[in-house]
Ligand binder design. Sequence first.
Ligand code: NAP
Ligand code: MG
Length: 491
Amino acid sequence: MASEAETAYELFIGGREAPSASGERRTLTDPATGEPVATVSFGSRDDARAALEAADRAFRESNWASDDGARRARALAKLAALLEARAEVFARLETRNVGKPLREARGDIAYVVRTLEYFSGLADKVEGETIPVPGPRFDYTVREPLGVTVHIAPWNYPLLLAVRSVAPALAAGNSVVLKPASLTPLTAVAFARLAREAGIPDGILNVVPGSGRDVGEALVDDPRCRSVTFTGSGEVGPRIAELAARRLVPVTLELGGKGPVLVFPDADLERAAKAIGYGIFGNAGQMCWAASRLLVHESIRPALLDRIRRIAEGLKVGPGLEDGVEMGPLVSQEQADRVLDYVEIARSDGGTVVTGGGRPPDARLSAGHFVQPTVLADVPPGSRAVREEIFGPVLAVASFAEPDEAIAAANATTYGLLAALWTRDLATAHSVARRLEAGMVVVNEAPTTFPQSPFAGVKGSGLGFEQGARALEPYARRKNVLVHLGSPKRS
Ligand code: NAP
Ligand code: MG
């Protein structure tokens, strides 16, 4: 059981916790203070192979796949209930590991619970179909799990983004090997323990902390791996797809974004400002679907910008566990430096820093990886600060005069994850939503999703989709069975 006092985490393979083959351990530090949080066994290629072996054996020898789906449904529902009962411990662990405010971490864990419940409800509904064909024949499909599915997760929502794909894979009867991000493996290991408690057979859920280059690639580049679900950067995603393509293994890629927010003159500015604040300062901007480019109609620009500036300047920045904190540190010094580099790029390309743009002056925060909530204005569209994903609390503001101009600017990116738009006019809402190159559009809403809604990116933001009832598809392939019925026997 995960407890806060606990400080040592191991690999979780075949239902057992064990150190890595090499014996390597890493110390994880609190991004807000630099203090040690826990140590974790750090896996290598050998451990990746051991996990694939355990998963493959469990898939063949346990009855997880062959049993009635109702059994998997019950196990996933029990897992949801166990997690809900320990939600506070998990949320605190996530906050200490990632840095996010406890309120947000609680939201993450509640979302994981809901995801497990949702896919639990689908585990006994993996249905095939019958197909009319000519002659005395019976044609039908059955849905079958693939075998071992590999899941590689990033550090920004460690447990949430892992379970988003692990839950449907398990529901469909696969066995799973999960590689969490090197920086944030703790809740994934704690989760595997709960899965054992929930009655998921040993070897069906394995967790191997370790580097992407070693553990990640060894998991993907192995004949036992039958599918890969990767959530992470646009640099690594295509590399995974290449490795998988060599063996014709299907991939789902959930990559980055550079989300536009279009605000039309009739928008509710008060609500829009709050939502825009959440969409870029939530999780300190470390969100794939962050609303990082504001495109505002020139007539309302001063009013909206003023509201957003006040929100940015009023945010309580500090350690995520502290009461009332609204924005935590970035996950690592490397990320904080990267974000500040982009602010410099914006400045030197001719943009203006409306607010923020540096580290907070508060000396109490100097040991953490904090960056101020930052708003940039009029950065030229060609600047890297406008084109590339910053993955931090940095909003770039530009204005438009005509809707066509706003739509063209919104689409002028290699990404296409989430786009937001604000208007009270129904025709504008639907017609602009249609023209935005994005996997998801929110209207008069902050970035929001539910386990039952598809989550997807287009263009450089990804391949395939997650969430929703169809999310089982990649984990339950169709087999077609055609039976010739012969001629009826005479009696
Ligand atoms: P990342 O560097 O791509 O890493 C993601 C995961 O892949 C980590 O577990 C990483 O391991 C692993 N990895 C790295 N190189 C690998 C390789 N060669 N082979 C196999 N695995 C490898 O991304 P990140 O820096 O953790 O996360 C930030 C990115 O994720 C952002 O671009 C963000 O937009 C994206 N993201 C997308 C979504 C979405 O749903 N679309 C959601 C959240 C985040 P290590 O930790 O050892 O590097
Ligand atoms: Mg990375």
